[in-house]
Design a protein around this ligand. Structure first.
Ligand code: ATP
Length: 234
């Protein structure tokens, strides 16, 4: 579904991503794990069209998208759930969801999209008229995921969904990522919580200093001693 080939991304003179290549097949959950500053968010921003690479290709459904604008990429079926949620304060929960459907052309399917989101996250339905800023961190994460779902993505990019959340919310968020995937959405998951991410992923890549150092199935990487030492506290 998505292939990243020899991607190089800079911030001025700093080379953040150094010839990174990886693939995501339709139906998979793929995770990119790595420490703070490894370059995970930069890769997501490049796929979603927020950043431009210096060189390399991003191919999505047989079409190169590394020069396509972010709104067009959303319309093509890639939605990003940003690190730190970035919900819109001052808008209700439902209005935040509505923003996620802003670029959709098939307006008549939007009512169903709200229902789907409220099925995944019943608490959002209870709170739909509430200012989104009044939600807890875990609920805001749910809202950010719901907002991305409103765009009817084929591929969902999740940037650190567990960051700053209580363990009970972390488990719930990971269960829902699995359910969203089971319902047909392919997932690219970026996480510092490598243990959780690898447990639900079909495959994973380990990123360090802007380079892919290792790859394998989720189970292979969980069992890898270097991964355990560096990322799993083993
Ligand atoms: P984090 O979990 O902290 O977001 P990350 O793995 O997502 O880490 P990136 O945010 O992609 O890493 O950062 C990769 C590298 O690029 C780091 O060395 C970082 O310092 C650098 N970097 C990120 N954003 C900028 C920026 N706006 N200007 C300059 N350098 C940046």
């Amino acid at each position: 579904m998505l292939s990243v080939k020899d991607l190089v991304v800079n911030y001025g003179a700093i080379q953040a991503i150094k010839k990174v290549s990886f693939e995501i097949h339709t139906g998979e959950i793929v995770t990119l794990i790595g420490a703070n500053g490894a370059g995970k968010s930069t890769i997501l921003h490049t796929i979603s069209g927020i950043m431009r690479p210096v060189s390399g290709q991003v191919t999505y459904l047989d079409r190169q998208i590394q020069k396509v604008s972010a709104p067009k990429i959303v319309q093509a079926g890639i939605s990003q759930v940003p690190e730190g949620r970035h919900i819109f304060p001052g808008l209700s929960v439902q209005e935040n969801l509505q923003m996620g459907a802003f670029l959709r052309k098939d307006r008549r399917n939007i009512a169903q999209a709200y229902e789907d989101v409220y099925n995944y996250f019943p608490v959002l339905k209870q709170r739909r008229h509430q200012d989104a800023a009044t939600l807890s961190g875990g609920e805001q994460q749910m809202l950010a995921m719901g907002r991305a779902l409103m765009a009817a993505p084929k591929l969902m990019l999740l940037d650190e969904p567990s960051m700053g959340l209580a363990p009970i919310f972390i488990n719930e968020i990971f269960d829902i990522i699995r359910a969203i995937n089971a319902a047909g959405t392919t997932v690219l998951l970026i996480e510092q919580n490598a243990n959780k991410a690898l447990s639900i992923a079909n495959r994973g890549y380990v990123l360090a200093s802007g380079e892919i150092k290792l790859s394998g199935t989720g189970q292979e990487l969980l069992a890898n001693t270097a991964v355990q030492k560096a990322y799993l506290g083993g």
